[in-house]
Design a protein around this ligand. Structure first.
Ligand SMILES: C[S@@+](CC[C@H](N)C(=O)[O-])C[C@H]1O[C@@H](n2cnc3c(N)ncnc32)[C@H](O)[C@@H]1O
Length: 305
C-alpha cells in the first residue's frame, strides 16, 4: 500500500469513529426505550470506539513500517551497498571534505564512492583506483581515505580551467562554458570557482595532507594535464570515478579506462544526468558493447561482468 492510500484509509477510519460517537450521543439525548436497551446501545458504541481506536493504531504502525521500507529502497537505489561499513575515520573525512567545500558532491554521493573503493579492497579486486576530474580534490581525498594505502590511485585533472567543449556537447554545456569564460561561475556555497584559483595543483596536494591523506604516504599520484595527454595505462583498474563533465573528456576516459576494468570492477559516471555531452558519450560508447551492466542510479554505474 502506498503512502497516500494509507493516509486515505486512516482518515476514513477516523471518520467512522466520529460517526459512531455522534450516533451514541444522539441515542443518549433521545433516551427512548427502557434503561437496559439504552445501556446495551451505549456498550455497543463504546466497544465500537475501542475497536476503531485499535484499528487506527494498527494502521499507524503499518504506515510507519512502509515509510521505513520506502526510505531504505530510496537509499539502495542510489547506493549499491547501503549498509556497508566504512573504514575507521572515513566518515569524518567525508564530513571535512564537505565542510571545507572541497567537492560538489554531497555526503551521500561521497559515501557511495568511499564504499565502492573499500569494497574493491574487501573483494580483493585487482587494479588501480582512478578519479578523472577532481577540481578542488574533495571526492578524490575521500576515495584515497577509503582505500588500502598500498593500493595505487591516480587522480587526473588539468588543475586549471576546464577545457572548451566541442560540437558533440549540447547548448546546456555551451551556455555553462560561456558563463565560466565570462568570469561568472561560482564554487560550492559561493566560494571562488576552482577554475579561477591560482595554483589548484598545490592547493589540492595540501588539502590531501590537511585531511590526513598525504599523497606521498598513500600511493596517490596527482597527474596534471588534459586527459587526452595523460591517461595512458596498461594495468587493471578496480574502480574509477569519471567527473570530467563534457563529451570529449568523458569519451577519452571511457576509451582508455573501460578496457582495463577488472571483472566486477566499476565506473561511476558523475555527469550522465547533468550534462548532455557526457550522456551522449556514454550512450555512444556502450551502444553496441556487451560484457557490461549499466545501472541507472542517481549516477550511472558501469560494472564489468
Ligand atoms: C566537475 S569538476 C570535478 C568535481 C569533483 N570531482 C568534485 O567532487 O567536486 C570537473 C573537473 O574535470 C576537469 N576536466 C574536465 N575535462 C578535462 C580534461 N579533458 N582533461 C583534464 N581535466 C579535465 C575540470 O578542469 C575540473 O577540474
Amino acid at each position: 500500500m502506498n503512502e497516500p492510500t494509507m493516509k486515505r484509509r486512516l482518515r476514513s477510519v477516523g471518520r467512522q469513529g466520529r460517526t459512531v460517537v455522534t450516533r451514541g450521543k444522539a441515542v443518549l439525548r433521545r433516551a427512548v426505550g427502557p434503561d437496559e436497551e439504552l445501556q446495551a446501545k451505549l456498550d455497543f458504541a463504546n466497544s465500537e470506539v475501542r475497536r476503531l481506536r485499535s484499528l487506527v493504531k494498527a494502521e499507524r504502525k503499518t504506515s510507519a513500517r512502509w515509510k521505513k521500507e520506502l526510505q531504505l529502497t530510496r537509499r539502495s537505489l542510489m547506493d549499491p551497498l547501503p549498509r556497508a561499513e566504512l573504514p575507521d575515520g572515513v566518515a569524518e573525512t567525508i564530513e571535512r571534505a564537505r565542510g571545507e567545500r572541497l567537492s560538489y558532491l554531497g555526503i551521500p554521493e561521497l559515501t557511495v564512492l568511499a564504499r565502492q573503493v573499500h569494497d574493491a579492497d574487501l573483494a580483493g579486486r585487482e587494479g588501480l583506483i582512478i578519479e578523472a576530474g577532481t577540481a578542488r580534490g574533495g571526492s578524490a581525498i575521500v576515495m584515497a581515505a577509503a582505500k588500502d594505502p598500498a593500493r595505487p590511485m591516480k587522480v587526473y585533472d588539468v588543475f586549471d580551467q576546464i577545457p572548451a567543449p566541442t560540437d558533440a556537447d549540447g547548448s546546456d554545456v555551451k551556455k555553462r562554458y560561456e558563463q565560466i569564460q565570462a568570469g561568472g561561475a561560482r564554487g560550492v556555497a559561493g566560494d571562488t570557482y576552482y577554475g579561477y584559483r591560482d595554483d589548484l595543483y598545490t592547493e589540492v596536494t595540501e588539502s590531501f595532507a590537511r585531511l590526513g591523506v598525504p599523497v606521498e604516504d598513500n600511493n596517490v599520484e596527482l597527474v596534471k594535464g588534459l586527459f587526452a595527454d595523460t591517461i595512458d595505462l596498461d594495468q587493471p583498474v578496480a574502480f574509477a570515478h569519471l567527473d570530467g563533465d563534457w563529451y570529449e573528456s568523458t569519451m577519452t576516459c571511457l576509451e582508455r579506462i573501460v578496457p582495463l576494468l577488472s571483472r566486477g570492477g566499476r565506473i561511476v559516471l558523475d555527469d550522465y544526468f547533468h550534462w548532455s555531452g557526457c550522456r551522449t558519450a556514454v550512450d555512444e560508447y556502450f551502444a553496441n558493447r556487451s560484457g557490461f551492466l549499466l545501472e541507472r542510479r542517481n549516477k550511472v554505474h558501469v560494472i564489468k561482468l
